[in-house]
Design a protein around this ligand. Structure first.
Ligand SMILES: Cc1ncc(COP(=O)(O)O)c(C=O)c1O
Length: 370
């Protein structure tokens, strides 16, 4: 279709993008009792991070350090990484988009998995590329299926490990096998937004490959376990040539000064992080068993959320459950956009929120169906 002559038109393909729809924040009656729709932490940020954020208010007239030097140094020491090989962004969303813009263009392909994070196809299309979907097996990324759809035009593979919204993960042996099967010119993007929550001996976030391979980058976020989603802080760790490319195209001051200050303080509070991990771990198994006891299927998760599947029966479907929960101020995430219309994703919240959700699901199932 030719663009209209009477007004500026976006580049070809932009209007084919389905906009990302964030988790809802208000329940049916306008109240927000328990928002469990965006994988946010129930503990909030470290008090030290809030204090650092407030202290930064004194210097708002000044531009931030465009290189986010203090934050990269703090990340480097917290995770044992060379700060020179880190780029920070306004959330890992920005970092993922920077990667797509730097490596993907019109005519290129990039792969994501069937129920992968929805920012990937948006970022791929926004860069002018074509998303290619790799089938999953049992709601888990499938290395062979990914390798089967690699072509000479594949510039990148985006893989969330663990994946959102399924909560499933690939062990490091599988990530290595995937990497071995990719051409040297294809970039493997390992999105480890939920890595801090994972308690599995066979899991590795991607640091090792990103440290040693020329075609692997790992992305991370402060939005989940660090409780700073509202501040927008993400980062990636990768080979020097990729860091150089991203630094050429990112906004020169893409992180605000309060974000840098709060991020540095958050990294120092190990006790806060450990409290969140322990809470999550306890609730992951408890939710799995209590929801299963209600007769609902839960996909085994290693993240801070669980995917709950509903019976395909009138009055018992995910949409019915959602309406029931919303009436009680409990907001979960609808999964139609992820191709899972009969599931809801529940973030692990506070004790009260989790208990209220289990009770509300019990009530929902006890009501006589149509
Ligand atoms: C897998 C995955 N990657 C990245 C993000 C983006 O996080 P942020 O942009 O807040 O850093 C999310 C958020 O939901 C996610 O689930």
């Amino acid at each position: 279709m030719n663009p209209p002559a009477h007004r500026p038109a976006p580049r070809a393909g932009i209007l084919d993008i389905a906009p990302y729809v964030p988790g809802r924040s208000k329940a049916a009656n306008g109240v927000r009792l328990h928002k469990l729709s965006s994988n946010e932490t129930p503990f909030g940020p470290s008090p030290a991070a809030i204090e650092a954020y407030r202290a930064a208010a004194d210097s708002l007239a000044l531009y931030p350090d465009g290189a986010a030097t203090a934050l990269r140094a703090a990340i480097g020491s917290a995770y044992g990484l060379n700060p020179e090989r880190i780029v920070c962004g306004a959330g890992s969303d920005e970092v993922l988009n920077l990667i797509a813009h730097a490596y993907i263009g019109p005519g290129d392909e990039a792969i994501h998995t069937e129920h992968g994070f929805l920012v990937y196809p948006i970022a791929i299309r926004a860069a002018g590329g074509t998303p290619v979907v790799a089938k999953e097996t049992a709601l888990t990324a499938d290395v062979d299926a990914i390798l089967r759809v690699v072509s000479s035009g594949t510039r990148a593979v985006f893989l969330a490990n663990p994946n959102n919204p399924t909560g499933t993960y690939l062990p490091f042996t599988e990530i290595r096998r995937l990497h071995k099967g990719l051409p040297a010119s294809t970039l493997l993007v390992l999105d480890a937004a939920y890595a801090e929550y994972v308690r599995r001996n066979d899991y590795e976030s991607g640091i090792e490959l990103a440290a040693t391979a020329d075609n692997v980058v790992m992305t991370r976020t402060f939005s989940k376990i660090y409780g700073l989603a509202g501040l927008r802080i993400g980062w990636c760790y990768g080979p020097a040539h990729l860091i150089d490319a991203l630094n050429r195209i990112r906004g020169p001051f893409n992180l605000s000064a309060p974000a840098i200050a709060a991020g540095v303080a958050a990294l120092k509070d190990r006790a806060h992080l450990e409290k969140s991990v322990a809470h999550n771990d306890a609730w992951l198994s408890r939710l799995a068993s209590e929801i299963a006891a209600l007769g609902l299927r839960v996909t085994p998760s290693v993240g801070n959320f669980v995917l709950i599947h509903f019976p395909d029966r009138s009055g018992r479907r995910a949409a019915d459950a959602d309406a029931h929960l919303m009436q009680q101020g409990i907001i979960l995430r609808r999964m139609e956009a992820y191709g899972l219309p009969n599931a809801l994703r529940m973030t692990i919240g506070s004790d009260a929120a989790n208990q209220a959700t289990i009770a509300a699901l019990g009530d929902f199932l006890a009501v006589k169906a149509d």
